[in-house]
Design a protein around this ligand. Structure first.
Ligand SMILES: [Fe+2]
Length: 330
């Protein structure tokens, strides 16, 4: 993100709102209901919640777009050329220096260590294509920090442009062949990590759609009543936002797909989203124990609030951006 854009986004500084389920207003038991307050100052988000007992700090990192490669990538050049040339040089969001994506990622991890982050949440497009060299490099860097992490894929992490196969097939193939170690023995499509009594839930929506087993997993999280944060690559539909907010978008589908030729991939589904994807969307925004949604994909810092649930899109890490999320007892 250019500095100008960052400053513009920073006008959200101090945004704060209190979220109390509407039905509790005239309810004598309202003091027992969950309450949470979300604030954002530049790239620092704070969530105060009465369902949290211990403070935690999470670093949200998304869209680094690493394209590090070596001789093992030569047979795949036909499929990695365009994205391999993207994000070669970036203006660092704080210093204004020209930085590579490797420098941006390393500096972010360094900052996470300095600021004693308890957890790193990676929400996809960490890679511009599933390069073995880049994946090994990231795994090494993450392990060096000693900080626990969760990872979920973005639409570029598993995509070799022009390769035959549906999005779901290609995701499955390259997740198994390359990305697997990043999931640390968890299911690549959904996982939950516990951090000081909060569930950090990761769900893969990198093909824009939600599968039945992912919906069931979300329903289990809601039923547990434990406070949780939701991490995904593609943000959920918000009226007035671009098609980048494509998960659950009522107009998503074949007719609204403008990039399938450039990205050389399967065109979006003719019939639009499945019922499962819409059901997932509704469940998320009616979840009383959900403290916030954190996504990437559109590369620009943005916040929306629906049904008292904030959805924050972090700006892209290719230019060094990240969001530190502090969770604190209310
Ligand atoms: Fe991206």
């Amino acid at each position: 993100m250019k500095r100008r854009n960052f400053l513009k986004a920073s006008t959200l500084a101090g945004l704060g709102f209190s979220a109390v389920p509407a039905q509790s207003a005239n309810n004598s038991k309202s003091k027992n209901k969950s309450q949470h307050i979300f604030s954002l100052t530049q790239n620092k988000a704070v969530i105060h919640s009465n369902s949290v007992v211990k403070s935690s700090r999470i670093f949200h990192i998304t869209d680094t777009h690493l394209s590090l490669n070596d001789e093992r990538g030569i047979p795949f050049q036909e499929f990695s050329k365009r994205m391999g040339n993207a994000y070669k040089s970036n203006i660092h969001f704080e210093t204004g220096e020209q930085v590579t994506t490797l420098q941006s990622f390393e500096r972010t991890l360094q900052r996470a260590k300095e600021q004693k982050a308890d957890f790193l949440a990676l929400t996809g497009d960490i890679f511009s294509f599933p390069s073995e060299a880049a994946i090994e490099w990231v795994l090494g860097k993450l392990q060096e920090t000693g900080i626990p992490y969760g990872y979920i894929a973005g639409n570029h992490d598993w995509h070799y442009e022009g390769m035959k196969g549906s999005s779901n097939e290609l995701r499955e193939t390259w997740t198994e062949k390359r990305l697997r170690p990043l999931y640390q023995n968890n299911d690549p499509l959904f996982a939950s990590y516990e951090l000081n009594g909060i569930q950090l839930v990761f769900i893969d929506d990198s093909a824009y759609e939600i599968l039945p087993q992912q919906l069931r997993f979300l329903q289990e999280q809601i039923k547990s009543k434990k406070p949780f944060l939701l991490f995904m690559h593609i943000p959920l539909y918000i009226p007035g936002r671009s098609m980048g907010y494509g998960c659950g978008h009522p107009d998503w589908g074949e007719k609204s797909d403008k990039n399938y030729e450039v990205e050389r991939r399967e065109i979006w589904r003719k019939e639009g989203h499945t019922k499962t994807t819409f059901a997932f969307y509704d469940e998320v925004f009616n979840a009383e124990n959900l403290l916030g949604i954190f996504a990437g994909h559109t590369h620009q810092l943005a916040v929306d609030v629906k049904n008292n649930i904030p959805q924050l899109v972090s700006a892209y890490n290719a230019a060094g951006n990240y969001t530190s999320i502090d969770i604190k007892p209310l």
